[in-house]
Design a protein around this ligand. Structure first.
Ligand code: SF4
Length: 226
């Protein structure tokens, strides 16, 4: 098994649940969805291929240079079936002090939880064009103390989101919920008012990386300091 990777670099995490935190971001190639607003249109551009051992060593090298770094696995879809078991093996070998965050698109059932992993699960909204992709079992299995749900919204999604929040409140009420505006499609104030007026149990999350690296189209050059 080899991991096909688009890019990897040290940067500041832009999004919930760890905005502003230094991370080693590894972006895996390939995604099973096709969201209208995808900001990674280069999901098939493979620049590095690593074996299981090489990926593990690569993470360790970065942690040795920067012990407080968190690991952010994203994509594409990092949990694609063909690499999921191998990825979990790599994570399970890491030391207990390592925090690994896995950004997943919600379409894949998360039913195995490596001890040091946190899942950040997107619940795709109608404006993504992929709202039917969500695996509903995930809202039962995600762990409130470690994992979270994220909605990326436009105004058109508001009523739909309110319905989903009601379901979440019944099934897994302590699970942290984050709302992000779809970049360029919803202004920050309108999202803030939506949360407040509807008394929603969630946290607004902005895409900090898009404010920091304003002129960069892709992440490759961002913060590549070690
Ligand atoms: S899940 Fe993420 S990477 Fe995949 S198409 Fe949607 S936005 Fe793009």
């Amino acid at each position: 098994m080899t991991f096909q990777i688009i890019e990897k670099f040290v940067t500041i995490s832009g999004e919930a649940p760890i905005p502003g935190t230094p991370v080693y971001l590894i972006r895996f190639a390939g995604c099973n969805l096709n969201c209208r607003y995808c900001d990674v249109p280069y999901t098939d551009r493979i620049t590095v291929t690593l074996s299981e051992n090489e990926l593990y060593d690569d993470i360790l090298i970065h942690l040795k240079k920067y012990p407080f770094l968190k690991i952010l696995l994203t994509g594409g879809e990092p949990l694609k079936e063909e690499r999921q078991a191998a990825l979990f093996r790599v994570i399970s070998k890491l030391k207990s002090s390592t925090h690994v965050y896995i950004e997943t698109n919600g379409s894949i059932h998360i039913d195995f939880f490596p001890e040091y992993a946190h899942f950040v699960c997107d619940w795709k909204t109608p404006s993504s064009g992929e709202e039917k992709s969500f695996h509903y079992e995930n809202i039962k299995t995600l762990r409130p103390e470690k994992d979270s749900i994220k909605f990326v919204v436009t105004e058109k999604d508001f009523e739909w989101v309110k319905e989903k929040i009601e379901i979440l409140q019944k099934v897994n009420p302590r699970l942290p919920v984050y709302f992000s505006p779809q970049w360029g499609k919803l202004n920050f104030k309108d999202l803030a008012l939506f949360i407040l007026k509807n008394r929603l149990p969630g946290i607004m999350s902005l895409q900090l990386h898009k404010m920091i690296w304003v002129n960069e189209k892709e992440g490759i050059e961002n913060g590549a300091i070690i």
